[in-house]
Design a protein around this ligand. Sequence first.
Ligand code: GTP
Ligand code: MG
Length: 149
Amino acid sequence: VDQTYIMVKPDGVQRGLVGEIISRFEKKGFKLTGLKLFQCSKELAEEHYKDLKQKPFFPAMIDYITSGPVVSMAWEGIGVVPSARKLIGATDPLQAEPGTIRGDLAVQRGRNVIHGSDSPENGQREIALWFKEGELCEWTPVQEPWLIE
Ligand code: GTP
Ligand code: MG
């Protein structure tokens, strides 16, 4: 089963959007397997976004991600990686469709509220990077037979 790493960025936490964001993934029917609020280090933020190191916005982006606590989540489900990206919407919130998280809740790329893994491989990599052993839960939601035939 696929897994994705979802993170409410510091602007989402400061703006009180954590509940709203968790709710969208819960209602969709994905399974939460990890959840924590914490202040991430510069080192962790840089490792997470290492593919963007050469971009001109990289230093500002690292300052943004480390500017306050984030909410880290692991979500599981068939097809969860591309589906979460659809729920999140385009990187630029002004281009994101209404109905998506960024389309409904944000106006700028540099304050786009949420992160989602862009491939199953990166989902695994990011969950391993952001969670320690023992922080993830294996469980069976009672609603599962009503979600998956
Ligand atoms: P993430 O889910 O956060 O990885 O976003 P994404 O996959 O939609 O976009 P990408 O991985 O290309 O960029 C990572 C993050 O860098 C974005 O979410 C933005 O916060 C930031 N970013 C990307 N492009 C720009 C840009 O042109 N300007 C600024 N200021 N920030 C950018
Ligand atoms: Mg990305």
